[in-house]
Design a protein around this ligand. Structure first.
Ligand code: COA
Ligand code: NAP
Length: 275
């Protein structure tokens, strides 16, 4: 159903920012299985260490950096550390660090709004700006991890909706600015991906989770393996003419189910909030 597909990224260098858990770690594991050298970064040193150990078990010459994407100098240093460790520039850059919690605007402090916008949107800008100098390999591929909230509004998600819409516009504009450098830039838009922090936060009860799954045309949640397969397809030779795409990886959810579900989820969250 969502078995790893065989890709060959041996000799390639992949850097996954926000790559120590969930979807992004699943993507890092996919590239590691496909023979790539893989670096991951996130805030928690413990998560970085565990992710690097896991990638090494898959046979990857893995490396990890602890950083916060809100800190531009730290992001820049992270790229330098990765280049120093591998002695190579980057073939595939994935930018997926994100923060989310369901909250209505009036229940968010200015700092709560800033946190999510800074991690998701400003963090993407930071990774793109600092990363460009390291994307000198022919066929370099950049993937930003977006969300359905980028194109559909949802109550309790104004911070994420605005930030992820911004992420997709960064993807689209950079596909234009960087095309002449031979760099492809795309967004992947995950649907509901099982066993992830994002799903746990937005669909916190079995009732909501079952309704979400039912609203996906293919009738199942996605897996991190589905996300890894899509990231590798886009970054492989098979994707060499794909740039500027905002690609749903969601079993058809974006075609209607997600809109209905967002309304339902908002009402369920209202009920939990006692509104
Ligand atoms: N409702 C309203 N405000 C909330 C909130 C919630 N459920 N959760 C956190 N906040 C507020 C905090 O109160 C704080 O505001 P304040 O300083 O005015 O009190 C602000 O958000 C920042 O929280 P803090 O925990 O200090 O920030 P952080 O930088 O350590 O963490 C978050 C960032 C809040 C996004 C945190 O949830 C996180 O680290 N998320 C990463 C994992 C994740 O979200 N995964 C899913 C990806 S889809
Ligand atoms: P996750 O496991 O919480 O992944 C988030 C990653 O980003 C973690 O590695 C986290 O590690 C890191 N991170 C968070 N804040 C950071 C910061 N300020 N600086 C650096 N790293 C930071 O969540 P997930 O659910 O798998 O989500 C992954 C991506 O998919 C996100 O971009 C999310 O918006 C998107 N998405 C998810 C779903 C879903 O179904 N789960 C659906 C649509 C879109 P640290 O805590 O160590 O920093």
């Amino acid at each position: 159903m969502s078995a790893p597909v065989s890709f060959d990224f041996s000799g390639k260098t992949v850097y996954v920012v926000g790559g120590t858990s969930g979807i992004n770690y699943g993507i890092a594991q996919g590239f590691a299985r496909a023979g790539a050298r893989v670096a991951v970064a996130s805030r928690s040193q413990d998560k970085v260490d565990a992710a690097v150990a896991g990638l090494k078990e898959l046979g990857s010459d893995a490396f990890g950096v602890s950083l916060d994407v809100r800190d531009y100098e730290a992001v820049e240093k992270g790229f330098a550390d990765v280049a120093g460790f591998f002695g190579s520039s980057i073939d595939v850059l994935i930018s997926g660090a994100a923060g989310n919690f369901p909250a209505r605007l009036l229940d968010m402090s200015p700092n709560a709004i800033r946190s999510v916008v800074e991690i998701d949107l400003l963090g993407t800008f930071h990774v793109m700006r600092a990363g460009h100098a390291h994307l000198t390999k022919p066929g370099a591929s950049v993937i930003n991890i977006s969300a359905p909230q980028a194109f559909l509004p949802m109550s309790y998600q104004s911070h994420v909706c605005a930030a992820k819409a911004g992420v997709d516009m960064v993807t689209r504009t950079l596909s234009m600015e960087w095309g002449s450098d031979g760099i492809r830039v795309n967004s992947l838009v995950p649907g509901p991906i099982e066993n992830t922090e994002g799903m746990d936060r937005l669909a916190p009860t079995p009732e909501i989770r079952a309704a979400v799954t039912k609203s996906v045309p293919l009738g199942r949640d996605g897996t991190v393996v589905d996300m890894a397969n899509a990231a590798m397809m886009v970054s492989s030779e098979a994707g060499s003419y794909i740039s500027g795409a905002i690609l749903p990886v969601d079993g058809g959810w974006a075609q209607g189910g997600v809109g209905q579900m967002m309304g339902k989820m908002s009402r369920m969250l209202d009920k939990m909030r006692g509104a």
